[in-house]
Design a binder for this molecule. Structure first.
Ligand SMILES: O=C(O)CCC(=O)C(=O)O
Length: 277
């Protein structure tokens, strides 16, 4: 028997997907890209219900929108849903999604950082400008988020807006998601003349990908639609824990990296290598 005959064939939500060269080039240049049809309608029909059940449980516990801060008006946030319901795990651990993340970055492999459901409720507020990597104690620029709607997102709800090529500038400032980050980054985008892009309306199963340093925001939801989105975040295999554990990084270090000491490989129990398997 040959070695390849012994390898498991990837099927279902792990079945491969080839990203075209223009998408890879666009991602590497601008720090973001859209991949249409990454999950099929059948796959969404299988995996959305358990994720939406988690979303409803969060919504049931949330205070009324008008009593929340800008951050908590922007979305309801569930974390590491793969640990809460085994039905969600194959979606988060998908070899297909992880390989697309690796291919876009040009990384030989990726590990899971964590997943997040991000639900923008009817009447939910805007998501202020921010850089994700401000939160992440990872000693690499090879970090990436997949943002996949589980429902069709029409133009009047909208997907994210990205500041093109902002990832090249890396750390643009200390602001975490909130009114201050919106004000500071809006002013910076204007002053420094960043061009901005959105991939517009999306179908359930389409996905955007962006780098950890790519500056981005999302519009408010003026409609009655619940904007249900699942995200998965990965980093390049071989990444070490950063020495900078200041600010929000300290909390992420405890939550997602098992408090592995700075300078050691970021390969904790919550960080399996998802590509290659
Ligand atoms: O879903 C949103 O409104 C924002 C999402 C976001 O900022 C992210 O996935 O990094």
């Amino acid at each position: 028997m040959t070695l390849s005959a012994e390898l498991p064939a990837f099927s279902g939500i792990d079945a491969p997907f080839e990203v075209d060269d223009a998408t890879v080039e666009g991602f590497r240049k601008n720090g973001h890209a859209v991949v249409r049809g990454l999950a099929s309608a059948e796959e969404i029909a299988e995996f959305a219900p358990p994720i939406l059940a988690q979303e409803r449980a969060l919504a049931a516990k949330a205070p009324p929108l008008e009593e929340r801060s800008t951050y908590f008006k922007a979305f309801l946030q569930g974390h590491n849903l793969w640990m809460r319901d085994p039905a969600i795990k194959p979606f988060v651990f998908s070899a297909r999604f992880a390989k697309v993340a690796a291919d876009l970055m040009g990384a030989p492999g990726v590990r899971l950082y964590h997943d997040q459901s991000l639900t923008k409720e009817p009447g939910g507020g805007h998501t202020p400008w921010h850089q994700d990597q401000t939160y992440w104690p990872l000693d690499t620029d090879d970090t990436i988020t997949m943002w996949m709607p589980l429902v069709d997102v029409p133009a009047d709800v909208g997907s994210m807006t990205f500041a093109d090529q902002s990832h090249i500038r890396r750390d643009l400032g200390p602001w975490v998601i909130g009114d201050e980050s919106e004000a500071a980054f809006s002013e910076m985008v204007e002053r420094e003349g960043f061009s901005t892009s959105t991939h517009g309306p999306m179908k359930a199963g389409d996905a955007t990908f962006h780098r950890g340093w790519t500056l981005h925001r999302a519009p408010a939801n003026p409609t009655d639609l619940v904007r249900s989105v699942m995200t998965v975040i990965w980093y390049a295999d071989g990444t070490k824990v950063s020495a900078d554990l200041t600010g929000m990084r300290a909390m992420d270090h405890q939550f997602w990296l098992n408090a592995i000491p700075p300078g050691e490989l970021a390969d904790g129990p919550l960080n399996p290598r998802l590509w290659p398997r």
